[in-house]
Design a protein around this ligand. Structure first.
Ligand code: APR
Ligand code: ZN
Length: 250
C-alpha cells in the first residue's frame, strides 16, 4: 500500500499535512489521550481551561512548566523531518498542526500553521504583551516562577495556547480552512481527530474531493473517511513513504 500512497503524493499538486500529538510521541512528548498523557491525577480537559486558570493559576502553570520541561528534552524525530523533506520536494504546501511543542519548526518546516498556539509563547492576561521565550531567552526564568508575571504591567502571564472552550486564532484557522478547501491530498498524522474545529480539516479536504491518507498506530475519528490508512508509528512509516516518493519523482 505504501507504493500506491507514494504514487498519490508524487502526482499531487497541493498536498497538506495535518498533525497531532502522535507525531511527537516518538520524540518523548506525552500525547493527550494516551495513558502517559496524564499529569498527576488530572486530565488535560481539567487543567487546560480558562476556568482552571481563574481558580488555580499556580496549578495550571505547574502543569505547563512540566510540559515545557518535557518538550525541552525532546528533539524532532524522523516523522517531523520527513514532512520537511516533502516540503523541500515541493509536494507538501503546508503543515497544519494541533501541537504546541514547536518540533515542526525545530525540524525546519517553513509553512507551518499552529492551530492551538505554541507553548514557548506567553501572553499577558491584562495588557497586549506577548513574548516568544525561545527568542527572549527567558525560559529558565519563567520556569522558576510560581506564576510568571508580565514584565510590562505585572499581571499574570499565561501560555499562548488554546484552552478547551476558547476560540482558535482566527487568522490561522481561516488560512488552514482555505488550504484544506484546495488541497488535493491531506496526510493526517497521529491525531485522535476528536477535537474541533481542528478535526474539520481532513473532512474539508474530503468534501472537496481530496484524498485522505492517515498514519496512526490505531484507528481515529478520521479513519472512517480515510482513503488510505497506514497503521504504524509515524517515525517509521513517513520515512518509508518519502523514500518511495523520491524513487518515483527522481
Ligand atoms: N505514530 C503515529 N500515531 C501515534 C503514535 C505514533 N508513534 N503514538 C500515538 N499515536 C496516535 C494515537 O493513536 C492517537 O490517535 O496519536 C494520537 C494522539 O491523540 P491525542 O493524544 O488525542 O492528541 P491530539 O489528537 O493531538 O489531540 C488534539 O486535544 O488536548 C487537546 O489541544 C490539545 O491539540 C490537542 C488536541
Ligand atoms: Zn501586561
Amino acid at each position: 500500500m505504501i507504493a500506491e500512497v507514494a504514487g498519490v503524493l508524487a502526482s499531487s499538486k497541493s498536498a497538506i499535512a495535518f498533525t497531532g500529538a502522535g507525531i511527537s510521541a516518538e520524540s518523548g512528548v506525552p500525547t493527550f489521550r494516551g495513558r502517559d498523557g496524564l499529569w498527576k491525577r488530572y486530565r488535560p480537559e481539567e487543567l487546560a481551561t480558562p476556568e482552571a486558570f481563574r481558580t488555580n493559576p499556580k496549578l495550571v502553570w505547574e502543569f505547563y512548566k512540566w510540559r515545557i520541561k518535557k518538550i525541552l528534552e525532546a528533539k524532532p524525530n524522523p516523522a517531523h523531518y520527513s514532512l520537511v523533506e516533502l516540503e523541500k520536494m515541493g509536494i507538501l504546501k503546508a503543515v497544519i498542526t494541533q501541537n504546541v511543542d514547536d518540533l515542526h519548526r525545530e525540524a525546519g518546516t517553513k509553512n507551518l500553521l499552529e492551530l492551538h498556539g505554541n507553548i514557548f509563547r506567553v501572553r499577558c492576561t491584562s495588557c497586549n504583551y506577548k513574548e516568544y521565550l525561545k527568542e527572549s531567552g527567558r525560559i529558565e526564568e519563567v520556569l522558576q516562577e510560581d506564576i510568571p508575571r508580565c514584565p510590562k504591567c505585572g499581571a499574570y502571564l499565561r501560555p499562548d495556547v488554546v484552552w478547551f472552550g476558547e476560540p482558535l486564532p482566527e487568522e490561522v484557522l481561516s488560512k488552514a480552512f482555505k488550504l484544506a478547501e484546495t488541497a488535493d491530498v491531506v496526510i493526517v498524522v497521529g491525531t485522535s481527530g476528536v477535537v474541533y474545529p481542528a478535526a474539520y480539516i481532513p473532512y474539508i479536504v474530503k468534501e472537496n474531493n481530496g484524498t485522505v491518507i492517515e498514519i496512526n498506530v490505531q484507528e481515529s475519528g478520521i479513519t472512517p473517511i480515510a482513503d488510505f490508512f497506514l497503521r504504524g508509528k509515524a517515525g517509521v512509516i513517513l520515512p518509508k513513504l518519502v523514500d518511495e516518493v523520491r524513487r518515483i519523482i527522481e
